[in-house]
Design a binder for this molecule. Sequence first.
Ligand SMILES: Cc1cc2nc3c(=O)[nH]c(=O)nc-3n(C[C@H](O)[C@H](O)[C@H](O)COP(=O)(O)O)c2cc1C
Length: 189
Amino acid sequence: MKTNAVLENIKARRSVRAYTSEQIAREDLQVILEAATYAPNGMHLETWHFTAIRNADKLVELNDRIKGAFAKSDEPRIKERGQSQTYCCYYHAPTVVIVSNDPTQWWAAMDCACAIENLFLAARSLGIASCWVNQLGTTCDDPQVREYLTSLGVPEGHRVYGCVALGYADPQTLIKMKTVKAGTVTIID
Ligand SMILES: Cc1cc2nc3c(=O)[nH]c(=O)nc-3n(C[C@H](O)[C@H](O)[C@H](O)COP(=O)(O)O)c2cc1C
Protein backbone atom coordinates (compact mmCIF):
# COMPACT_ATOMS: atom_id res chain seq x y z
CA MET A 1 0.00 0.00 0.00
CA LYS A 2 1.24 3.52 -0.83
CA THR A 3 2.34 5.72 2.03
CA ASN A 4 3.85 9.16 2.66
CA ALA A 5 4.51 11.54 5.57
CA VAL A 6 0.90 12.78 5.70
CA LEU A 7 -0.59 9.27 5.72
CA GLU A 8 1.92 8.11 8.34
CA ASN A 9 1.05 11.11 10.52
CA ILE A 10 -2.67 10.33 10.27
CA LYS A 11 -2.09 6.71 11.27
CA ALA A 12 0.31 7.57 14.10
CA ARG A 13 -2.01 10.07 15.83
CA ARG A 14 -3.48 8.77 19.08
CA SER A 15 -5.47 10.21 21.95
CA VAL A 16 -3.05 10.86 24.80
CA ARG A 17 -4.39 11.00 28.35
CA ALA A 18 -1.21 11.51 30.38
CA TYR A 19 1.08 14.51 29.89
CA THR A 20 4.35 15.84 31.26
CA SER A 21 4.23 19.34 32.78
CA GLU A 22 6.40 20.76 29.94
CA GLN A 23 4.59 23.58 28.17
CA ILE A 24 4.52 23.60 24.36
CA ALA A 25 6.19 26.57 22.65
CA ARG A 26 3.91 29.48 21.85
CA GLU A 27 5.28 29.40 18.31
CA ASP A 28 4.23 25.73 17.95
CA LEU A 29 0.77 26.57 19.31
CA GLN A 30 0.44 29.31 16.70
CA VAL A 31 1.35 26.85 13.92
CA ILE A 32 -1.21 24.33 15.25
CA LEU A 33 -3.93 27.00 15.50
CA GLU A 34 -3.18 28.24 12.01
CA ALA A 35 -3.68 24.68 10.71
CA ALA A 36 -7.12 24.68 12.38
CA THR A 37 -8.12 27.86 10.56
CA TYR A 38 -7.32 26.20 7.22
CA ALA A 39 -9.89 23.43 7.78
CA PRO A 40 -12.86 23.19 5.42
CA ASN A 41 -15.97 24.90 6.78
CA GLY A 42 -19.53 25.38 5.54
CA MET A 43 -19.72 28.16 2.91
CA HIS A 44 -16.33 29.31 4.23
CA LEU A 45 -18.11 31.50 6.76
CA GLU A 46 -15.40 30.88 9.42
CA THR A 47 -17.82 31.52 12.26
CA TRP A 48 -15.70 29.36 14.58
CA HIS A 49 -13.43 30.58 17.36
CA PHE A 50 -10.35 28.98 18.91
CA THR A 51 -9.59 30.00 22.49
CA ALA A 52 -6.21 28.64 23.57
CA ILE A 53 -5.39 28.57 27.30
CA ARG A 54 -1.77 28.13 28.39
CA ASN A 55 -2.26 29.30 31.96
CA ALA A 56 -2.34 26.46 34.53
CA ASP A 57 -4.45 28.40 37.08
CA LYS A 58 -7.04 29.28 34.45
CA LEU A 59 -7.24 25.63 33.37
CA VAL A 60 -7.77 24.54 36.99
CA GLU A 61 -10.54 27.14 37.34
CA LEU A 62 -12.15 25.91 34.12
CA ASN A 63 -12.03 22.31 35.36
CA ASP A 64 -13.53 23.41 38.71
CA ARG A 65 -16.41 25.18 36.95
CA ILE A 66 -17.05 22.09 34.77
CA LYS A 67 -17.04 19.97 37.94
CA GLY A 68 -19.49 22.42 39.50
CA ALA A 69 -21.85 21.86 36.57
CA PHE A 70 -21.39 18.09 36.77
CA ALA A 71 -22.17 18.15 40.50
CA LYS A 72 -25.68 19.42 39.64
CA SER A 73 -26.36 16.41 37.38
CA ASP A 74 -29.03 13.80 38.16
CA GLU A 75 -26.86 11.15 36.52
CA PRO A 76 -24.84 9.43 39.30
CA ARG A 77 -21.72 8.85 37.12
CA ILE A 78 -21.56 12.54 36.13
CA LYS A 79 -22.39 13.78 39.65
CA GLU A 80 -19.56 11.62 41.01
CA ARG A 81 -17.08 13.31 38.63
CA GLY A 82 -18.32 16.67 39.84
CA GLN A 83 -17.60 15.70 43.45
CA SER A 84 -14.23 14.05 42.75
CA GLN A 85 -11.09 15.73 44.13
CA THR A 86 -8.92 14.23 41.39
CA TYR A 87 -11.07 14.48 38.26
CA CYS A 88 -9.36 16.53 35.54
CA CYS A 89 -11.15 16.51 32.20
CA TYR A 90 -8.06 17.78 30.33
CA TYR A 91 -5.67 15.23 31.89
CA HIS A 92 -3.43 18.02 33.27
CA ALA A 93 -2.26 18.92 29.76
CA PRO A 94 -0.42 22.28 29.82
CA THR A 95 -2.50 23.77 26.97
CA VAL A 96 -6.18 23.43 26.07
CA VAL A 97 -7.87 24.85 22.97
CA ILE A 98 -11.61 25.50 23.21
CA VAL A 99 -13.28 25.14 19.81
CA SER A 100 -16.59 26.97 19.61
CA ASN A 101 -18.99 28.04 16.92
CA ASP A 102 -22.24 29.84 16.24
CA PRO A 103 -24.93 27.18 16.83
CA THR A 104 -27.36 28.85 14.42
CA GLN A 105 -25.28 27.42 11.53
CA TRP A 106 -26.47 23.82 11.26
CA TRP A 107 -22.99 22.73 10.17
CA ALA A 108 -21.30 24.36 13.18
CA ALA A 109 -20.38 21.00 14.72
CA MET A 110 -18.99 19.69 11.43
CA ASP A 111 -16.81 22.78 10.96
CA CYS A 112 -15.41 22.29 14.45
CA ALA A 113 -14.76 18.57 13.92
CA CYS A 114 -12.76 19.35 10.74
CA ALA A 115 -10.78 22.01 12.59
CA ILE A 116 -10.15 19.71 15.54
CA GLU A 117 -8.72 16.97 13.33
CA ASN A 118 -6.39 19.59 11.80
CA LEU A 119 -5.32 20.60 15.33
CA PHE A 120 -4.57 16.94 16.16
CA LEU A 121 -2.63 16.25 12.99
CA ALA A 122 -0.66 19.50 13.07
CA ALA A 123 0.25 18.83 16.70
CA ARG A 124 1.29 15.24 15.92
CA SER A 125 3.52 16.49 13.08
CA LEU A 126 5.39 18.65 15.62
CA GLY A 127 5.75 15.79 18.15
CA ILE A 128 2.98 17.23 20.35
CA ALA A 129 0.36 14.90 21.80
CA SER A 130 -3.35 15.67 21.94
CA CYS A 131 -6.77 14.47 23.03
CA TRP A 132 -10.36 15.50 22.35
CA VAL A 133 -11.96 16.77 25.57
CA ASN A 134 -15.73 16.84 25.34
CA GLN A 135 -16.89 18.02 28.76
CA LEU A 136 -17.62 21.63 27.76
CA GLY A 137 -20.04 20.34 25.13
CA THR A 138 -22.60 19.55 27.82
CA THR A 139 -21.63 22.20 30.37
CA CYS A 140 -20.94 25.38 28.33
CA ASP A 141 -24.42 26.75 29.06
CA ASP A 142 -24.19 26.26 32.82
CA PRO A 143 -24.24 29.88 34.13
CA GLN A 144 -20.96 29.63 36.10
CA VAL A 145 -19.20 27.89 33.20
CA ARG A 146 -20.57 30.38 30.67
CA GLU A 147 -19.49 33.34 32.79
CA TYR A 148 -15.96 31.95 32.88
CA LEU A 149 -15.88 31.11 29.16
CA THR A 150 -16.91 34.69 28.37
CA SER A 151 -14.12 36.02 30.58
CA LEU A 152 -11.68 33.82 28.63
CA GLY A 153 -12.84 35.26 25.30
CA VAL A 154 -15.23 32.59 24.01
CA PRO A 155 -17.82 34.55 21.98
CA GLU A 156 -21.07 34.85 23.97
CA GLY A 157 -23.44 33.23 21.48
CA HIS A 158 -21.12 30.32 20.83
CA ARG A 159 -21.54 26.67 21.80
CA VAL A 160 -18.45 24.66 22.57
CA TYR A 161 -18.21 21.68 20.20
CA GLY A 162 -14.97 20.26 21.55
CA CYS A 163 -11.69 21.06 23.26
CA VAL A 164 -8.20 19.87 22.47
CA ALA A 165 -5.66 19.03 25.17
CA LEU A 166 -2.10 19.64 23.95
CA GLY A 167 1.24 18.73 25.51
CA TYR A 168 4.01 16.18 25.58
CA ALA A 169 3.02 12.57 26.20
CA ASP A 170 4.11 11.15 29.55
CA PRO A 171 6.70 8.54 28.51
CA GLN A 172 5.76 6.34 31.51
CA THR A 173 2.22 5.82 30.24
CA LEU A 174 1.87 3.21 27.52
CA ILE A 175 -0.71 3.68 24.80
CA LYS A 176 -2.34 0.47 23.61
CA MET A 177 -1.80 -0.48 19.97
CA LYS A 178 -4.62 0.72 17.80
CA THR A 179 -6.73 -1.74 15.86
CA VAL A 180 -9.39 -0.63 13.43
CA LYS A 181 -12.72 -2.35 12.90
CA ALA A 182 -13.07 -4.35 9.71
CA GLY A 183 -16.05 -3.93 7.43
CA THR A 184 -16.51 -0.17 7.75
CA VAL A 185 -15.53 0.59 4.14
CA THR A 186 -17.36 -0.18 0.89
CA ILE A 187 -15.89 0.48 -2.53
CA ILE A 188 -18.10 0.13 -5.58
CA ASP A 189 -16.31 -0.08 -8.94
C1 LIG B 1 -16.44 13.48 19.25
C2 LIG B 1 -15.36 12.90 20.13
C3 LIG B 1 -15.42 13.08 21.50
C4 LIG B 1 -14.41 12.57 22.32
N1 LIG B 1 -14.42 12.87 23.66
C5 LIG B 1 -13.40 12.46 24.42
C6 LIG B 1 -13.31 12.86 25.79
O1 LIG B 1 -14.13 13.63 26.29
N2 LIG B 1 -12.28 12.40 26.54
C7 LIG B 1 -11.34 11.55 26.00
O2 LIG B 1 -10.43 11.14 26.74
N3 LIG B 1 -11.38 11.17 24.71
C8 LIG B 1 -12.37 11.61 23.91
N4 LIG B 1 -12.39 11.27 22.58
C9 LIG B 1 -11.31 10.42 22.02
C10 LIG B 1 -11.78 9.01 21.63
O3 LIG B 1 -12.04 8.27 22.79
C11 LIG B 1 -10.68 8.37 20.77
O4 LIG B 1 -10.51 9.12 19.59
C12 LIG B 1 -11.00 6.93 20.40
O5 LIG B 1 -11.01 6.10 21.54
C13 LIG B 1 -9.98 6.35 19.39
O6 LIG B 1 -8.66 6.40 19.93
P1 LIG B 1 -7.48 7.23 19.22
O7 LIG B 1 -7.88 8.67 19.17
O8 LIG B 1 -6.27 7.00 20.09
O9 LIG B 1 -7.27 6.70 17.84
C14 LIG B 1 -13.36 11.79 21.75
C15 LIG B 1 -13.31 11.62 20.36
C16 LIG B 1 -14.28 12.18 19.55
C17 LIG B 1 -14.16 12.05 18.05
